[in-house]
Write a protein that binds this ligand. Structure first.
Ligand SMILES: Nc1ncnc2c1ncn2[C@@H]1O[C@H](COP(=O)(O)OP(=O)(O)OP(=O)(O)O)[C@@H](O)[C@H]1O
Ligand SMILES: [Mg+2]
Length: 285
């Protein structure tokens, strides 16, 4: 099934994702008491301290918070790239935390696309082969056709035979997004996807996320930039390994987030948020 969109700059349809219905009354993502403690010799770091969160299919959520507040740790856990020290994670009614590594890898491959700040492409490999990697892991057929289609969705079909060193930063991130969506996952997790890009190139990346979300893909995006956070429909703020604010992005909040470059700060659920390269500075009112 495909969902064409009239204002799509590439004029291309975005495939609808592999949405698996959750059991009645259950959210697609259901996290309870999620905790991650890193042990460093004798020292322990409480990166995540008992997070509870529900996310429904089709949501677009942005996560902000100071550097070190646990955002990436949380994204890795949601993406089944890591296991919590305590707590539970249910995805489409399945208890991920009970699964073996192989089962988790299967769930990840089918349901989750990951986009990183630093693209994480294989440098000596052409764009099309980078994009095809999840298909090859999943032992799928028609890998080149499908990789080409994913490149087409991000507007990069014409660069299929370029290596990452032969394209721009924004194009690299588009290849990384094509790789993330090639399996038509129901969830795309993006950790600072525009962090290494200028604002105009970042806009192009965010336009792709908008289109994916319009076609039904759930987007969870970590960002330090207020203008990026403003694109979501729900904003979560983290501090010290906890979620301390979680609210819809109303028109008023969106306007304030967008104006924060001029006003200096946006106000969110008792926090004063300011964009910064080093992280969102936040001050409890
Ligand atoms: N592999 C690790 N081993 C030990 N400590 C870690 C590890 N990864 C992260 N931490 C620590 O856990 C805490 C949370 O880190 P995390 O990377 O989740 O923060 P973040 O909110 O993503 O920060 P940033 O905005 O700078 O990316 C930090 O104190 C960090 O130093
Ligand atoms: Mg991080």
């Amino acid at each position: 099934m495909t969902v064409p969109k009239a204002d799509d700059p590439t004029g291309l349809p975005v495939s609808a994702p592999n949405i698996v219905a959750s059991p009645a009354g259950r959210s697609m993502i259901r996290v309870r008491g999620m905790t991650r403690v890193y042990r460093m010799g004798d020292a322990t770091v409480h990166a995540l301290s008992g997070v509870d969160l529900d996310i429904e299919a089709g949501e677009y959520v942005s996560i902000t918070g100071q550097s070190g507040s646990g955002k990436s740790t949380f994204m890795h856990l949601l993406g089944c790239l890591d296991r919590p020290t305590a707590g539970t994670y249910e995805l489409n009614g399945q208890l991920v935390t009970r699964m073996t590594d192989a089962e988790q890898a299967r769930i990840r491959n089918k349901n989750i696309g990951f986009v990183f700040q630093t693209f994480n492409l294989i440098n000596r490999t052409k764009a099309i082969d980078n994009v095809a990697i999840p298909l090859i892991y999943a032992r799928e057929r028609r890998t080149r056709d499908r990789a080409m289609k994913a490149l087409e969705i991000v507007g990069l079909k014409h660069r299929w035979n370029h290596k990452p060193s032969e394209i721009s930063g924004g194009e690299r991130q588009r290849v990384a997004i094509a790789r993330a969506i090639v399996n038509e996952p129901s969830i795309v997790l993006a950790d600072e996807p525009t962090g290494n890009l200028d604002s105009r190139t970042g806009e192009q990346i965010l336009d792709i996320f908008d289109r994916l979300n319009a076609a039904g893909t759930t987007i969870i995006l970590v960002t330090h930039e207020m203008s990026v956070a403003a694109r979501a429909r729900r904003l979560i703020h983290m501090a010290d390994g906890r979620i301390d604010a979680d609210a819809p992005v109303t028109d008023a909040l969106r306007t304030e987030l967008l104006q924060s470059a001029v006003l200096g700060a946006a106000h969110f659920e008792g926090h004063v948020l300011t964009s910064s390269a080093a992280g969102i500075k936040n001050k409890k009112n």
